[in-house]
Design a protein around this ligand. Structure first.
Ligand SMILES: CC(C)(COP(=O)(O)OP(=O)(O)OC[C@H]1O[C@@H](n2cnc3c(N)ncnc32)[C@H](O)[C@@H]1OP(=O)(O)O)[C@@H](O)C(=O)NCCC(=O)NCCS
Length: 158
């Protein structure tokens, strides 16, 4: 199988319409739509989302933010890292490597990655080489973050 092509998604009405097919559709998408409607962002400006198209359909997506080193509470030494969320593959397209392709794309930046996994997705993340962050009550509250580290990076002691 050829590696699926990961694309940076643009903020436009077409993309926002396709987002409605994903379960994790909420404030982030709605505020992007509002920004577009109110001309706060331009049509075709860049979003924090990356996705994979199959023909005309957006079949997988994730949101990726860079968190600045000064806010890093996970890694040693403190450094810029990626916050990955809203990873989702549409049901008919699962188990075909799209989820992995998106995670591999995030890893290709060679920065540490943090994600808050959804219930039942632990074995997928384990396969992707993610591990549980040591629980820090103040930092994590109710979350159970998972992290991935490129070579040379270690987890911060809590
Ligand atoms: C989790 C999710 C992103 C995975 O995407 P995907 O495209 O189906 O995954 P891939 O095809 O890239 O799978 C990569 C590897 O992870 C494995 N895998 C995928 N989903 C898995 C799961 N739920 N549990 C365990 N392993 C899983 C695959 O078998 C594959 O293993 P291999 O490399 O040994 O063949 C996708 O299932 C999804 O969007 N789920 C949303 C709903 C959800 O979170 N459900 C909870 C269960 S994950």
């Amino acid at each position: 199988m050829t590696t699926p092509k990961v694309e940076k998604l643009l903020i436009n009405y077409k993309t926002l319409e396709k987002f409605k097919y994903f379960k994790e559709y909420g404030n982030q998408e709605l505020s992007m739509l509002e920004d577009l409607q109110n001309n706060i962002v331009e049509n075709d400006s860049e979003s924090p989302f990356y996705g994979i198209y199959f023909g005309n359909n957006l079949v997988a997506r994730m949101s990726l933010y860079t968190v600045k080193a000064k806010y890093d509470k996970f890694f040693e030494p403190p450094q810029d890292y990626l916050e990955l969320w809203k990873l989702e593959v549409l049901p008919a397209y699962r188990d075909q490597g799209y989820g992995k392709a998106l995670v591999d794309f995030a890893k290709s930046y060679n920065l540490p990655i943090k994600t808050n996994p959804r219930i039942n997705s632990h074995s997928f993340w384990e396969k992707m080489g993610f591990q549980k962050a040591k629980y820090d009550m103040e930092r994590d509250l109710g979350n159970n973050p998972l992290i991935w580290m490129p070579e040379g990076v270690t987890e911060k002691e809590v």
